[in-house]
Write a protein that binds this ligand. Structure first.
Ligand code: NOJ
Ligand code: NOJ
Length: 479
């Protein structure tokens, strides 16, 4: 982007120079210098890598290839054990050279939905299960709630927000999906992943036992900052117990199936506590007992991510009105918060095949980590939310949503032209465009991008940023 203006200036200069006018020869270099300094100030808030010659459909496809290639580079990188998913190759400011249980489970679950080659897919997943079973059995400070592991396979013993109980639930889900896909091809191997014996000694059962006994205790949230009871964590625990009950039943462990189902129902009954009728939004944390205290809005983008762990039409799903209200509130908040959101037409002006850029999304408005910036993975998650809604609408005869809540009707009109699938898809594309617009010239995605300049920031090549992008693309393809 910054290249385009100086280039135009240079050609302007040469054109003028042809006239070989003394006045121009002397003053033009100064004019150029002045204009390029000026253009730096005007355009420095824009991404430097936007390639205006590439149309939108080509750009998203290209980003898909980049994302998958970078993601694979972060799996078992040199110096680590097979199955190690490095959160980011960055080793300082911040040091992310760890295998986070949450990041790894989410990334591997996307990989198994995405990788078409069954042999490769099985190999990736087998390595992952093997490393995770070793992690499960290591000596640790907070049992299966331990957040991250070192490249030598040992647990991390430094000070950290622990336990983080979304991790084992997410890991159980990824392993359950793998077990189910193996079942018809290699039943013996599938059965090794869940065995009824107690004390639990198989990958899935170890996590389900932990989740089903520990879920009611306070823990640290997915952002590793707040200790209490979290919407995201509860939803993934609920989901793991639900799928866990089904696998326990099928794998010949009926008593366990009953126990998991009972705990699942208990969680479900308590979910209503996260809804604030006064504020008309879902709260990300209730019953806080420790950690950071800035989040007075109780708004958090993780609520949107959580909604993907519910089926459409179920409570708390992406088409639940309470989740939708929270979704639009988050957009409103981040729109005002990040200066970069002011200019939404920048890509479209340079290449009309591009949509307007959607609002860049961060974790929560009061975030101060790296100065509180938008995140690629969350902006892509907002795209996925729209694609999922478009998809759900395509599957019903109703075609347009009829919101019961009048607030929701009002707030949604700011971002959606109609309440039908094409409008949702359009909004999804806007978020996706925002995510790509701030990626590096070769599709690099860090953890965050600068709210003023739009340049990548914090941990480089964050695995989860790529996984979230691929996941959004997977949903877009269904439309
Ligand atoms: C590191 C954590 O990973 C991050 O989520 C958090 O925001 C910062 N520490 C600050 O507490
Ligand atoms: C900080 C994020 O807040 C947390 O969710 C993540 O697990 C770690 N970074 C590693 O990517």
């Amino acid at each position: 982007m910054s290249f385009s203006l100086p280039y135009e200036l240079i050609s302007l200069y040469t054109d003028l120079n042809l006239k070989s006018n003394f006045y121009w020869d002397v003053t033009m270099p100064f004019v150029i210098k002045f204009l390029s300094v000026l253009s730096f100030f005007i355009f420095s808030h824009l991404s430097f890598s936007f390639d205006q010659s590439v149309d939108f459909e080509t750009a998203i496809k290209r980003q898909e290839n980049y994302s998958y290639a970078y993601l694979k580079k972060n799996i078992s990188p040199p110096g680590t054990q097979p199955g190690f998913v490095v959160a980011s190759p960055s080793t300082r400011d911040p040091d992310y050279f760890f295998h986070w249980v949450r990041d790894a489970a989410l990334v591997m679950d996307v990989l198994q939905a995405y990788e078409k080659n069954q042999i490769k897919r099985d190999q990736y997943l087998q390595n992952y299960v093997k490393l995770e079973s070793s992690h499960q059995k290591k000596n640790k400070l907070t049992d299966q709630g331990e957040p991250k592991f070192l490249k030598n396979g040992e647990a991390f013993f430094g000070p950290w927000g622990r336990p983080q109980n979304d991790g084992p639930a997410l890991r159980a889900l990824t392993n359950i999906h793998f077990a189910k896909s193996l079942y018809d091809r290699n039943r013996a191997a599938a059965e090794q992943l869940y065995r009824p014996e107690l004390p639990a000694n198989s990958p899935i059962k170890i996590d389900l036992e932990y989740v089903s006994h520990q879920w009611a205790n306070p823990d640290f949230d997915l952002w590793e900052e707040v200790k209490g009871t979290h919407f995201f964590t509860r939803i993934v625990q609920l989901k793991s117990l639900k799928e866990g009950a089904m696998i326990a039943k099928k794998w010949g462990d009926p008593e366990a199936a009953k126990w998991y189902a009972t705990q699942q129902n208990k969680i479900l009954e308590q979910m209503i506590q996260f809804w604030s009728e006064d504020q008309k939004q879902v709260f990300s944390t209730i019953k806080q007992v420790g950690g950071r205290t800035e989040k007075v809005s109780h708004l958090d983008a993780s609520i949107i991510l959580a909604s993907f762990f519910r089926e459409p039409k179920e409570s708390w799903s992406f088409n639940d009105e309470r989740i939708m209200l929270t979704f639009f509130k988050l957009i409103d908040v981040f729109k005002k918060l990040y200066p970069i959101n002011k200019d939404s037409l920048v890509a479209q002006k340079l290449n009309p095949t591009w949509p307007e850029l959607g609002v860049a999304i961060g974790r929560y408005p009061e975030d101060v980590y790296f100065g509180g910036q938008p995140w690629y993975l969350l902006t892509s998650t907002f795209a996925e939310f729209c694609y999922r809604n478009a998809n759900a609408l395509n599957k019903t005869s109703q075609r347009t949503i009829n919101f019961k809540d009048s607030n929701l009707k009002l707030i949604s009109q700011k971002y959606l032209k109609d309440l039908n699938a094409p409008s949702w898809k359009k909004l999804g594309d806007e978020f996706l465009a925002r995510s790509i617009f701030h990626a590096g010239a070769a599709g690099e995605m860090a953890e965050q991008f600068d709210k003023e300049s739009g340049s990548p920031l914090s941990a480089v090549h964050l695995s989860w940023s790529y996984a979230a992008y691929l996941s959004a693309m997977n949903w877009r393809k269904k439309l």
